[in-house]
Design a protein around this ligand. Sequence first.
Ligand SMILES: [Zn+2]
Length: 370
Amino acid sequence: MKHIIYVVTFLFVCLCTTSFSQKITYNYLVDSSNIDTKKVMTLFENYIHSKPDSLYDNPYWNNEEKKQYKNFDFLARGEFYPSLYMGFPIHVLSIKSNHGLYEIKAQFSNCENGTPYILCIANFYAKKENEEYRLYNALPINRQQWLNIKVGWVNYYYPPYHKFDTLKAQKMNLFIIETCKNLGVEPTSFTYYMSNDFDEIQRLRGFDYWIGMGGEIKPTGRGGNNEVFCSGMGENYFHEPYHVLIGPHYLNQHWWTSEGMATYLGGSRGYSLEWHLKRMNTYLKSNPNINFNNMLSLRTMDEYSDYRYVIGGLIAKRIYEKGGWNLIKEFMNTGNSDEDYYKAIEKYLGVKRADLNEYIRKQIEIEANK
Ligand SMILES: [Zn+2]
């Protein structure tokens, strides 16, 4: 039996649609001769070859989601840059049907010098809309297995094993109301998905595997488009909601300002700014060569602390302490470029770029010893 599968697999692997730019191949499919499976295969191929990385009224996606969302293909953007459809050859691993609902499991990968490089394994759904098969997102289908409750501004989704904490949800709402008031923004409702492990969130979205998966399980969050995905932090992780609520209203700011404010108010990777500053202080003592005069070129300290969050948070904290919300609002409107950021620090904190290394190291020391 194994041999037959190998042969069939080989045949299917050879059935490539090489005339198109994004190559699609198939693993052994149990019912590939079935008329409906064939239709689903054609639908998927048509979609992949229809420039799914550009936004237009794509005929292969269902109308219901297209009407509701501008970025109707939830996997297209956000996870990979510039897009999931950046040209990786696609290998369809399986097509499973459940009473008319088809799940297409597709691997996006290439092979260099005999070593496979797998970007992700993503699930697409297909079902009939007005007698024709159309593609659907995995998220709204998968979340039917999760529990859902709306508390104030937040529409929570969580796995059935989780015991919902209403007090934490109320704290989240207080944070939303206070932060929006302080920054002169109208609150908006958003959806908040939470789980213990980020892999559960990714599976919910449709990813069985993605490049970067693995490592120690630690608090993780992502946000955008009125949605927050986070793991390990429960009902009141403020960092990502901060971005979702405030980000669209302050477009003329450096990304360190945006990350710094989110970390100052909501922590990063599940830990407070104070926690990160204490760790960074210890780290800097044994790394005297790190120079903050060039701080915007610094990236990660380790898997928990990034300079843009921690130093960005420290700068935001100092500006708040100097002039409250009014000065913060001004600071959040000082331009996107690196030069703008250094200039704003000089303007609002009186620290020249050439003195930043001394200043930042001293301020971290002060914060760590509080
Ligand atoms: Zn952030």
